[in-house]
Design a protein around this ligand. Structure first.
Ligand code: HEM
Length: 143
């Protein structure tokens, strides 16, 4: 049967894969231009998109949670925590890039380092969560 829950999870999974793509774009942004002001403007717009997509992921997850009447398991708590952590990391990334402006010489360098660092952390969180959920689903139930 392909009910509302499966449909919502399909949507949730699709949005999570799209987030990986968006994170990659976020990493590339400071490498596209040597004009730091331009990179910062782009990073700001990217942050809006990343927050939007993350909220869509959380919303689809919450709807699935309500449809399936799932109780708050450790997986759900982890996902909710990761949602907040990822949102926070995106803000920290933008703030760090902004801080780099004070030093015009290394502005680009700092923007690139922070972009790669925070982008990779978020990619690792998603990849880790995907692998964890696959292992959970394939786990042989005890008893
Ligand atoms: C408020 C936030 C979230 C809620 C309420 C939520 C809820 C859910 C629910 C109910 C499921 C189905 C679990 C099952 O099949 O037993 C699910 C699956 C999943 N969630 Fe979330 N989620 C949230 C955020 C996230 C985030 C931020 C990530 C990524 C880091 C994530 C990654 C996953 C993955 C990989 C699956 C498995 C999808 C599949 O079956 O293909 N979730 N989530």
């Amino acid at each position: 049967m392909f009910g509302e829950f499966d449909e919502m999870i399909l949507y949730h999974a699709f949005l999570i894969k799209s987030m990986l793509l968006l994170l990659l774009i976020g990493i590339i942004i400071p490498f596209l231009s040597s004009d730091c002001a331009k990179s910062i403007r782009r990073a700001r717009i990217y942050m809006f998109f990343s927050h939007g997509l993350l909220s869509m992921i959380a919303f689809s997850g919450l709807i699935a949670l309500i449809f399936a009447k799932i109780s708050l398991t450790i997986d759900m708590i982890m996902m909710i925590l990761f949602f907040f952590i990822m949102i926070m990391l995106e803000v920290f990334k933008y703030k760090k890039i902004l801080k780099g402006v004070s030093d015009k010489e290394s502005c680009n360098k700092k923007a690139r380092i922070n972009s790669v660092l925070f982008g990779l952390i978020n990619i690792a969180i998603i990849a880790g969560m995907v692998v964890y959920m696959v292992i959970q689903k394939n786990a042989v139930p005890v008893s």
